[in-house]
Design a protein around this ligand. Structure first.
Ligand code: AMP
Ligand code: FE
Ligand code: FE
Ligand code: ZN
Length: 290
């Protein structure tokens, strides 16, 4: 397939269908339930979506059920937090079996660390006389994977900052004083777990990760696709990642990385991944499962 032939797929009209393969619900740091998300995706005329919450597949089953009811394809997925010596790398896994044991156990482990990390970040904040009860943060996070966005909301609610952006700038950002790195697996481990769960391992938003030099290493480990349809991507970057995909014989994926009202609510429907990209990954997943 000549992937460099794709057009920049942004702001296409609603009737053009397409797929959004990177979406968050309130099971991680999105604002909508899986059911609400499916209804919204249907409303904006998407044909296919994937649920890719951070480190949890808890939203997948409800979304699949709702999708069947309203006529929208829902692909089971997850966005796995990984890191290497130089920083965090997000890996999206699509077409996984969300009940597969090794992957489920590892994700449960990461979520346990995420809860412990909330307490550690509260302790760091307390050293600066900023008092946020970890239980309040866990309540804001609900059942899902608690993280910095939930601490940020607790800081806003307690009146320490005006908005979440300020919370990241002053306290929680990667170089800010209350930041605690997540305990993550390596990207290679995430690839292996994804393949074992019958899924397609994908490098998420490579322009945000800005670590193109790792791609050959990840391809060696079994990487099958990279996201090229990403929000706020320039035409030049889009072409760059399409060329990289072609060079390494990788499939291409992507989506809006929609978090609902917590970020830019209007993003949903503004990226429409061509359905032939979905089919290519479906075939790859079938190959993985054999
Ligand atoms: P965590 O996984 O707990 O480290 O939190 C990372 C999440 O925080 C990302 O997935 C984003 O959703 C969100 N995030 C990162 N930076 C910012 C920022 N500057 N403002 C708002 N949200 C952010
Ligand atoms: Fe997020
Ligand atoms: Fe991400
Ligand atoms: Zn994401």
């Amino acid at each position: 397939m000549n992937t460099t032939a794709y057009d920049f797929p942004f702001d296409l009209p609603a009737h053009t269908g397409g797929a959004d393969l990177h979406l968050h619900t309130l099971h991680s740091d999105g604002s909508s339930s899986p059911t609400e998300l499916v209804d919204k995706a249907k409303e904006v005329g998407l044909h296919t979506i994937a649920i890719t919450d951070h480190d949890t597949t808890a939203g997948v089953a409800a979304a699949v059920r709702r999708g069947q009811a309203v006529g929208l394809e829902v692909i089971p997925g997850v966005e796995i937090s990984t890191r290497d010596h130089a920083g965090e790398i997000h890996m999206v896994a699509l077409f996984i079996d969300p009940t597969e044991k090794a992957l489920s156990a590892k994700l449960a482990d990461i979520r346990k660390h995420r809860r412990e990390r909330i307490t550690e970040m509260s302790e760091r904040l307390a050293q600066m006389d900023v008092n946020v009860d970890p239980d309040d943060v866990l309540e804001i996070a609900g059942i899902g994977a608690p993280g910095r966005p939930h601490v940020a909301r607790a800081l806003v609610e307690a009146g320490y900052v005006d908005n979440c952006h300020d919370a990241f700038r002053r306290y929680l950002g990667d170089n800010a004083p209350a930041y605690v790195p997540k305990v993550c697996l390596s990207p290679e481990d995430a690839i292996e777990l994804t393949l074992k769960a019958g899924g397609v391992p994908i490098l998420a938003h490579p322009v945000q990760t800005a670590r193109d030099e790792i791609i050959p290493r990840l391809v060696e480990a079994g990487l099958l696709a990279i996201e090229v349809f990403c929000p706020m991507l320039s035409q030049i970057d889009f072409r760059h990642y399409l060329r990289l995909a072609e060079k390494h014989a990788l499939a291409v994926s992507g989506g809006t990385d929609w978090h609902g009202a917590w970020k830019d609510d209007s993003l949903l429907g503004r990226i429409r991944v061509p359905l032939e990209c979905v089919e290519r990954m479906r075939e790859l997943a079938q190959g993985v499962a054999l």
